[in-house]
Design a protein around this ligand. Structure first.
Ligand SMILES: [Fe+2]
Length: 273
């Protein structure tokens, strides 16, 4: 059986783009030398996921996003604060180790966060990617922004999202959508490269600093939640762990809370293309 640290080392040693001194991919809780037999993989170690992992007898929770709501290692500030205390108790009582797999999995070739996001959306042909691989543009048959947003919605509904938010003229033509590494982009670089529709997430692209500018620059903008954009990447990570360590029992957990929206059906009628 691999130890927590051996699993971490596997990811780091196959991710030369990650700075070992600065990475947030560290062991957040538990004993790094502990052998692992049962592992849970999930987008974020929410209290709901951790409870389920404890019920399943997991030795390790591999999470992409933070457990204690801080990006930088070692996530100390909230461990005893409201919300954090229950997680701390749960982790201590169950003995689950928590390993973050973020910087390594974001850009993992083919099945990491960015590529899984594009595949989940059915974007098809890759046209170009930024030099750092954070952003990528794809070719689709030309359609309207409204129709394309509907297509994006039909994909993300399958993973628990009930809406997507759109900015730009509904009737504008789009054929070169772009995505980023979950919440990391895409940005102005993709517009300059010819992208006419940026698929963003709320955590990564705030209104006045980014999304409004993208619209002024002529692009349509479709926005989803962070967990939506990284959901397929985490399914792929669970599959990768299963394949790499066949001796492990692997559970994919996705109990992060989905926002739900109240909309006015008439409000978008005037913009329909
Ligand atoms: Fe993320």
């Amino acid at each position: 059986m691999p130890t927590v640290n051996e699993i971490r080392e596997h990811f780091l040693s196959n991710a030369p783009w990650v700075d070992r001194e600065k990475t947030v991919d560290t062991v957040k809780a538990g004993e790094p030398s502990k052998p692992v037999g049962t592992v849970a993989v999930g987008w974020m170690a929410t209290v709901y996921d951790l409870r389920r992992a404890a019920e399943l007898g997991c030795d390790l929770f591999v999470t992409h996003e933070p457990t204690f709501w801080e990006h930088g290692a070692p996530e100390e500030r909230n461990r005893s604060a409201r919300g954090g205390l229950e997680k701390t108790r749960l982790i201590e009582e169950s003995g689950i180790a928590v390993l973050r797999c973020h910087d390594t999995w974001d850009l993992w070739p083919g099945i990491g966060i960015r590529d899984s996001w594009a595949r989940g959306l059915g974007l098809g042909e890759l046209v170009l990617e930024s030099p750092d691989r954070w952003h990528a543009m794809y070719a689709i048959e030309e359609t309207t922004l409204r129709a394309f947003a509907g297509r994006v919605l039909s994909k993300v509904q399958a993973i628990g999202a009930d809406s997507v938010q759109v900015m730009g003229e509904a009737s504008m033509k789009v054929s070169r959508p772009s995505v980023g590494v979950g919440c990391g982009g895409p940005g102005i670089d993709m517009i300059e490269a010819g992208s006419d529709c940026l698929i963003c997430c709320f955590d990564g692209a705030s209104y006045w600093s980014q999304r409004e500018r993208f619209v002024e620059c002529g692009a349509g903008v479709i926005t989803v939640e962070h967990g939506t954009s990284e959901h397929w990447g985490l399914e792929a990570l669970a599959g990768y762990v299963r394949q790499t360590w066949p001796e492990l029992t692997v559970h994919y957990l996705d109990l992060y809370p989905r926002p739900w929206t109240v909309g006015c059906p008439d409000s978008s009628d005037s913009r329909r293309g």
